[in-house]
Design a protein around this ligand. Structure first.
Ligand SMILES: [Zn+2]
Length: 247
């Protein structure tokens, strides 16, 4: 680097091409990160088309688990999200108890920043791994747009989980498009939970009262999330066939 000279670097990933510039950022915890601007050819991240035309899934973002995929396959909510939530909450509480400008408060602040940073890194790694697997295994991904407001046990839980959902979807969309796969967003008012995937009647659990209902019956027994995934996938296919989806 100009003016600084050679630096020792721990690479998080290989650069796909010669970078045109670099930005170095120092975090509150005293770590330095370098981010590079790299030009890549269009289609550089395209994946080979999948042979199986049926390799596709709906994604039902959950309350109980992180997401439910085709065939009731579950992406569990990572435990560290909850652990971090709890620790952050505790650290925040102890920070707010300490006197403003006091010595103890100044000591608590870097600890909180370190927790934040660790949580972010852990979450990012995990999200990238999920996204990569989904994109490589499916030729089409159908997801519901996020509900802005949703039920949550606490404000913290809501903010951490919601932020993770939002990041998951935007990364998934970007990677799916770069890989040449199909990504379809379903309107968030589409009643994926209520719609019976067998007969098409709106017989499923509804509203706040229905939140705790995991299984329900309408001719057949339905698992709430597995049923929603089928509805989302079917609606996504319909949108693609009708030319309403940008694929
Ligand atoms: Zn039915």
């Amino acid at each position: 680097m100009a003016k600084v000279g050679d630096l020792k670097v721990a690479w998080s990933r290989e650069l796909p091409a010669e970078p045109s510039s670099v930005t170095v950022v120092k975090t509150v915890t005293g770590k330095y990160y370098a981010s590079f601007v790299v030009a890549v050819d269009d289609g550089a991240e395209l994946l080979e088309p999948l042979g199986d035309p049926d390799a596709e899934t709906g994604i039902d973002l959950g309350l109980k688990s992180f997401a439910v995929l085709r065939g009731g396959k579950v992406i569990e909510s990572p435990k560290f999200l909850r652990t971090m939530e709890r620790r952050l909450k505790k650290a925040r509480r102890s920070l707010s108890r300490r006197q403003r400008g006091g010595k103890n408060r100044q000591k608590a602040r870097p600890a909180l920043a370190r927790l934040h940073e660790k949580a972010r890194n852990q979450r990012d790694d995990w999200l990238n791994k999920q996204v990569k697997a989904l994109v490589s295994e499916n030729r089409a991904l159908y997801v519901e747009e996020l509900h802005v407001a949703g039920p949550a046990k606490s404000r913290m839980a809501k903010s951490v989980q919601d932020a993770a959902f939002g990041m998951f979807l935007s990364r998934l969309e970007a990677k799916t498009r770069r890989a040449g796969r199909t990504f379809v967003k379903i309107d968030r008012y589409f009643p994926s939970t209520r719609l019976c995937s067998a007969c098409g009647a709106l017989t499923g659990p509804k509203g706040l009262d229905g939140l705790g209902i995991r299984r329900w019956e309408c001719g057949a027994f339905h698992d709430r999330d597995a049923n929603a995934e089928i509805d989302i996938r079917r609606e996504g296919r319909r949108l693609v066939a009708a030319g309403h989806a940008d694929t």
